[in-house]
Each structure stands twice: as C-alpha cells, then as structure tokens.
Design a protein around this ligand. Structure first.
Ligand code: MLT
Length: 218
C-alpha cells in the first residue's frame, strides 16, 4: 500500500505563504527542468502565496518530464494517465501535510500538458490553471462535466511544437469538462515572454475571487 510518506518522498519544493488568503501555486516545469526551475516565476507571479513544485518522475535521456512520450508531440497516453493520477495523489497528500487550499497550477510546456491532463481527468483537484504552451494531452474528447474551473491558456503563434489547431482543440476539451477558458495567442514561439508573465499576473489577480470561493476535492 502506498502511504502519504511514500507519496511525499517524491522530490519537490514547498515554500509556505507569507500572507493568508492567497491560493497556492502548483508549479510544473518543462522537459529537462526540475522542482527549482519555476520557483522564481512563481514568486514573481504571487509574491505572498505558498509554492508547491514537484519534479516530473520520468527521465528522457536524463531529462526529467512528467510523463513518457513516443516522440515529440506524441504521448504515451497510458503512462500519462497513470502519472496524472499520481500527481493528483501527490497534491492531495501535500495539501494535507502543508495545510493548503486547492492550488492553481502554473505549467510550462510538458508541465502545462500534465496540468491539462489533471484538469481533464480530475476536474476538481485544481482551483485553476495557467497553461503556458500546452497541447491536447489525450487524443480522445473527454466526457462532458461541469467543473467551472478558470483556466488561462497562452499559446505562441510561431510555436514549432504546438500547432494552433492543437491548442484550439485543448481549449474545446477543457470547455467540455466545464472549465472557463481564456485563450490568447501571443506573437511568440515556444519560449515564455514578458507578455506571458504580465497576462498571467493580471489573470491571477482578476480570478482571485474565483479561487478563494472554489470548493474543490482534496
Ligand atoms: C511534451 O512532450 O510534453 C511536449 O512536446 C512539450 C515538450 O516537452 O517538448
């Protein structure tokens, strides 16, 4: 049987909040990153919030990722489903251990893809999601549901990894599970820009009320 201690043995960083009432951020790095990568971004976006940052548990040529892929943009969906369920378990264990409200995920690239998978497979686990350069994680359309979770999806018009039709499809999938999606296509490639940071910070501030009122599963 997997215990909470086993689940929390997963490499991660936790930084407590310095003021009450801020939703915690769940930071999910890109391929080749680790649990330290997005801490500065999280601190910039939400200076007083708790930050929870797990490391992806798959290695591809020594580079951490959150799930296996068969090749660029083609995912091992069975592994993705399993890793998504493990991440949902990690979030529940970390919430209990650190006394956290439901987090808002901020994911980049591979981290955004597993955040999208979480929103689709476990619609109640996140209070919200910021998906930076995300793709559709599962080929099949999800079963309709009504989560109401706010999601910001920022895509790059010149992104060589994520075709526009794919991120549009992701927005449709998320809406199918009841997410309230704000999608913007920026004049950018796969990398993040100052516009990503500004739009994300503005969106987090605008949705603050929605996060504090969210009643999500643990
Ligand atoms: C993925 O594999 O999740 C996407 O292709 C993004 C990447 O990590 O390159």
């Amino acid at each position: 049987m997997t215990t909470t201690t086993d689940i929390l043995a997963r490499p991660h960083r936790f930084e407590p909040a310095t003021a009450p009432g801020r939703p915690p951020l769940l930071l999910l790095h890109g391929t080749g990153g680790d649990e330290t990568d997005l801490l500065p971004l999280g601190r910039t976006l939400a200076p007083e919030a708790a930050l929870l940052s797990p490391r992806g548990s798959v290695l591809e040529n020594g580079m951490p990722r959150f799930f296996r892929r068969l090749r660029e943009g083609v995912f091992d969906e069975a592994d993705l489903a399993r890793r998504t369920d493990e991440l949902a378990e990690f979030i529940a264990a970390a919430r209990a251990e650190y006394g956290l409200a439901a987090p808002v995920a901020v994911g980049f690239s591979n981290g955004a893809n597993i955040a999208a998978a979480l929103l689709l497979r476990h619609p109640g686990v996140l209070a919200g999601g910021v998906l930076l350069r995300a793709m559709r994680p599962f080929a099949a359309a999800p079963a309709p549901a009504r989560s109401g979770t706010p999601v910001l999806l920022l895509s790059g018009a010149m992104d060589p990894i994520v075709p526009a039709a794919n991120s549009e499809g992701l927005a449709t999938d998320l809406e199918r599970v009841g997410a309230r999606v704000t999608r913007q296509v920026l004049p950018a490639s796969h990398g993040l820009t100052q516009s990503d940071l500004r739009i994300t910070a503005e969106w987090l501030a605008a949705e603050a009320q929605a996060f504090s009122g969210s009643s999500t599963e643990t």
